[in-house]
Ligand binder design. Structure first.
Ligand code: PBG
Length: 332
């Protein structure tokens, strides 16, 4: 054939492929989500093979391991004792609560590690919603935001570097920014769950925290989170959320889940100059684990290809439960 262009010339060898590679993964792209609980043993999580519920002390070892592999940020999620859960989730701003204690210990033992937190009421609420549910079954916006601000301040006081509002209440980024600034935490950043969809991919996470929405009294409880998390059918709406988050002072925008929403990551990358993060959520993790356990796919190759797809779509940062494995595979 008489061809002028032969794209295969750039695929001929490892050396040439590496010269023209457009995207690379590194351990410092990852934010490592970790679960912590009050118990005195480290627990397996049935729906998330390889992930654990750490005790505060065992958590330190895992954070140190992540640090040694080149990971530079973790995000902490609490499995709160049922006895501490209330309708208004007020345990979330207890200074002696699980998350404040865990942050302080991490900062004492692995001071270089950046710590991100999750702001929402669901781990602390007896009915599993991210906000306060009214007597007639409405998830209240403005009352919830008041509690979220208190939660964010306690987390900042404990040493958090980034506050991560995952609740999807309107106006919460601006309110949290103002509350942090008023208390002297203008150096603490906000990684906003900007485009967080009402997704079935969160199932394994809700098992890990025992936080799925549920009925506990005669109060009507919405069966899902679709009155505040975004409709999976919507893309333009993610731009509206991103513009609001920017105006309200978010430092980093996040898209969640990741894999089924690569188009949203791409759109936010085009629309905003802020760093964009992708959350490779629990259901995405567990599907790879399950297929790999059956020998249907090669875990390492599928994980690295998946993580690279977030970079290619435009993400700067990736929250992933595969973080330590991937860092090891990348040569950490
Ligand atoms: C809670 C929260 C959820 C996740 C992160 N923060 C679950 C939810 O919104 O129900 C999900 C993370 C995952 O699935 O890995 N606000």
């Amino acid at each position: 054939m008489d061809l002028t262009y032969r794209p295969r010339r750039l695929r001929r060898s490892d050396a040439i492929r590496s010269m023209v590679r457009e995207h690379n993964l590194g351990a410092d792209d990852f934010i490592y989500p970790l679960f912590v609980h009050e118990g005195d043993n480290v627990q397996e999580i049935g729906a998330m093979p390889g992930a654990k519920r750490w005790t505060v002390e065992a958590l330190i070892g895992e954070v140190q391991r992540a640090w040694d592999l080149g990971i530079r940020c973790i995000v902490l999620f609490p499995k709160v004792n049922e006895s501490l859960k209330t309708e208004d989730g007020s345990e979330c701003f207890n200074e002696q609560g699980l998350i404040p204690r865990a942050i302080r210990r991490v900062k004492e033992e692995v001071p270089g590690m950046a710590v991100m937190t999750d702001v929402a009421l669901d781990p602390y609420s007896c009915d599993g919603h991210d906000g306060i549910v009214s007597p007639d079954g409405i998830v209240l916006n403005d009352q919830t935001v008041e509690n979220l601000c208190k939660q964010a301040i306690v987390q900042a006081q404990s040493g958090a570097d980034f506050i991560g509002p995952s609740d999807m209440m309107d106006g919460r980024v601006g309110a949290i920014r103002e509350a942090l600034d008023d208390e002297g935490f203008d150096h603490v950043g906000i990684i906003s769950y900007t485009a967080k969809y009402s997704s079935a991919y969160y199932g394994p996470f809700r098992e890990a925290l025992d936080s799925a929405p549920r009925v506990v009294s005669s109060k009507p409880i919405p069966k899902d989170k679709s009155s505040y998390q975004m409709d999976p059918a919507n893309a333009r709406e993610a731009i509206v959320e991103a513009q609001l988050d920017e105006q309200e002072g978010a430092d980093i925008l996040m898209v969640k889940p990741g894999l089924a929403y690569l188009d949203i990551i791409y759109r936010l990358r085009q629309e905003s100059e802020l760093p964009v993060a992708a959350y490779n959520v629990s259901g995405e993790y567990s599907m790879i684990k399950a297929a790999a356990e059956r020998g249907w796919i090669v875990e390492k190759d599928v994980v690295l290809e998946t993580l690279l797809s977030f970079k290619r779509a435009g993400a700067d940062l990736i929250l992933t439960y595969h973080a330590c494995d991937a860092a090891e595979w990348l040569g950490g």
